[in-house]
Design a protein around this ligand. Structure first.
Ligand code: FCB
Length: 381
């Protein structure tokens, strides 16, 4: 069976600065050193090898690519801009354009400059102004970007950093959680206005991690987790970026009672049908949707091909029922630094040899390339 995707569909992969670039100096690198956590170090050295990496994307038929700008490189000290670093990202964009790959630029993917973190990070309302000023500088400086993602998964960050106390700054407080999430809403809305002041035609959104809640408490959980943030920014977004990873079945008073028939190397259940429900639910916002992340940690590459195809089959079903999905970004182009889990999880279309930094394209990546080139998924007989 062949499932055709709409004309002009965007196909690509996503990365984030801290996870691939190497050589960063931000609140995470400090935290990695101070606590007993894996060190990001040189990561994939993508900062120096981005041309080679975009050659890989090109060879895989990608026509779009999502990456993030590292704020701590652009503004290493308060109010001091590093023009060389801005130039670096301009080259990143030019390199994508030369390969006819559409850039999707994330402005904040979880890491903060040290000076921002020292002033309280997102707990401090001043960070909203600092962020806006940084966004203004970037949008003024970088030419030829049409799609901006202001924030990556604000609620995953806030949950892990302020509620669970797992990620820097490791706080355990509902009150702080609420303060931070509200500041992130404000930061997005302010950044949205800042960008549109300069560029009327820019397309702006966030990358939102939505789960498929399944069971009696689904409505309330869906409201709290998936809709609350999107409602708050409803008049300040041109598209919705969806990061889909999780199905969450509720049984009795317990969450995550999933069957786990198939799971990734990180133990995350593989449940492609969930993307269909999440997409259908997003239809009510009446905005174009880009799947800004969807991927699987699978070192042996035994699940990835089916994972991609099945998620696309369910995406196709949502599209055929009127959901306006316009692109798909697999997470990730390369194996990379997975936050507190370090380099063990292998999400990449290309496998990394962290000793030699050699990239090897996985078999499943070629299958994804066929889909991208043909703008269609072939499944079964
Ligand atoms: C998402 C993050 C991304 C990556 C994937 C596996 O929540 O946005 O950086 O870590 O999970």
């Amino acid at each position: 069976m062949q499932y055709k995707l709409p004309k002009d569909f965007l196909w690509g992969a996503a990365t984030s600065a801290h996870q691939v670039e190497g050589g960063n100096y931000n609140d995470w690198t400090e935290w990695e050193k101070e606590t007993n956590h894996p060190i990001s170090g040189r990561a994939c050295d993508h900062y120096n090898r981005f041309r080679e990496d975009f050659d890989i994307a090109k060879s895989l038929g990608h026509n779009a690519h999502r990456f993030s700008i590292e704020w701590s490189r652009i503004e290493p000290e308060e109010g001091k801009w590093d023009e060389k670093e801005i130039q670096h990202y301009q080259e990143v964009i030019n390199t994508l354009r030369e390969r006819e790959i559409e850039p999707f630029v994330t402005l904040w993917h979880w890491t903060l400059p040290i000076w921002v973190a020292k002033q309280g990070g997102w707990e401090n309302p001043k960070t909203i102004e600092y962020f806006s000023r940084y966004v203004d500088k970037i949008v003024r400086s970088l030419k030829s970007v049409a799609y901006w993602i202001t924030l990556n998964e604000p609620e995953i960050y806030t949950m892990n950093s302020y509620l669970r106390g797992k990620w820097p700054p490791q706080k355990h407080s509902l009150l702080r959680y609420i303060v931070v999430i509200i500041n992130l809403v404000k930061a997005h809305n302010a950044a949205y206005k800042t960008i549109h002041n300069m560029s009327v035609n820019a397309q702006i959104g966030i990358a939102k991690n939505n789960s498929y809640f399944d069971g009696w408490a689904a409505t309330i959980l869906n409201y709290l987790w998936s809709d609350w943030f999107l409602n708050k920014i409803k008049n300040h977004q041109d598209f919705i970026g969806l990061n889909y990873y999780f199905h969450n079945r509720i049984k009795g008073f317990k969450l995550n009672q999933n069957e786990n028939k198939e799971a990734s190397d990180m133990g995350w259940e593989i449940y492609p049908e969930g993307i269909y429900h999440v997409l259908k639910d997003l239809k009510k916002y009446n905005k174009p949707i880009y799947i800004t992340e969807n991927g699987v940690a699978d070192a042996k590459d035994i699940h990835r091909e089916k994972f991609i195809k099945e998620h696309l089959r369910w995406t196709h079903k949502a599209i055929s029922e009127g959901v306006d999905v316009r692109g798909y970004f697999y997470w990730s182009l390369l194996d990379n630094f997975e936050w507190n889990s370090g380099f063990t999880p292998r999400f990449g279309l290309a496998e990394m040899d962290y000793k030699t930094l050699e990239r090897k394209i996985r078999k499943s990546a070629w299958e994804y390339a066929k889909i991208a080139r043909g703008n269609a998924v072939e499944i079964g007989p």
